[in-house]
Design a protein around this ligand. Sequence first.
Ligand code: 13P
Length: 340
Amino acid sequence: MSTETELQQTIEDMVDDYRGILAADESLPTIKKRFDPIGVESTEETRRAYRSLLLTTPGLGQYLSGVILFEETLGQKDDAGHPLPEVAWAQKIVPGVKVDQGKGPLPEAPGDLITYGLDGLAERLEQYKEQGARFAKWREVYPITTHNPTALGRRANAEMLARYAAVCQSLGIVPIVEPEVLMDGDHEIDRCAVVTEQVLHEVFHALYLHKVKLEWMILKPNMVLPGKDCRRAPPKEVAEATLKVLRRTVPAAVPSINFLSGGQGPEEATLNLNAINQLRGNAPWQLSISYGRALQQPVLEAWRGKAENVAAAQQALLKRARLNSLARQGQYDPEMEETA
Ligand code: 13P
């Protein structure tokens, strides 16, 4: 298969008008943070057990078209001995992998961050592809303060995302491009809108310079929200602000926009997605999810590391995936939380 055919096939397998993507790619420090509150020690075996639980959930492929895995998971097997990427694809859920490798301060831009992992990326991607990964994810984070992100920060982060995406496409791997403007802080929604617009503008400029084919990528942005120490905004306000920024910055060639949840609660994230899809009008892209916490939080709480809780945990995952699939079509109602 040519690289172009591979990219096109992966987009076709991942993008439709009712499913979303599960982000289950927590790094070792992050999964420890998720396991600590439920009293589970993070070991290779507990991580394998947990991620097997997610991927063997019966019926999950009705609502999810992709799953982002941590590199360790690509090499792990379910209890029956099947490689986890194959377990996902058996349900028509395309397996992908997070390829960025941590972050640190950006020199000369106090308060801004930059993500690591471009060195050796092509070699790693070739290995991940052999293990079954068909798409990748790279996240850059942008904290908001009175002076961040700086112009230099926006430029440098956009450049990283574009270089990563170009390497992916040269190997037939669909890149998920994730610029995340963080919710931390007490800023108003308007400030998040200004920053998100600047960030996305710079990202698409860099993608253009690096000749990234927009038809064969997925954008994973934040929603436009007030800072988490500010008031909460009603879903309609979030949806209007988010759609306004996306319409100004994201070319119609991009097939799908899959939001991160970024610290919103599970129900809040579903409500906001629903409002976005109700107000989408003739927006040219799919508007879906690539949630981590907002899909997994109820699952972790139901599981608590116990084999006897696996079925209940899988039900919790299926419920959130199904409600988000409805929200994806603008058909979610909070009353469904009780009856689903
Ligand atoms: P959250 O939905 O928990 O923000 O995670 C999405 C993700 O993949 C962050 O990189």
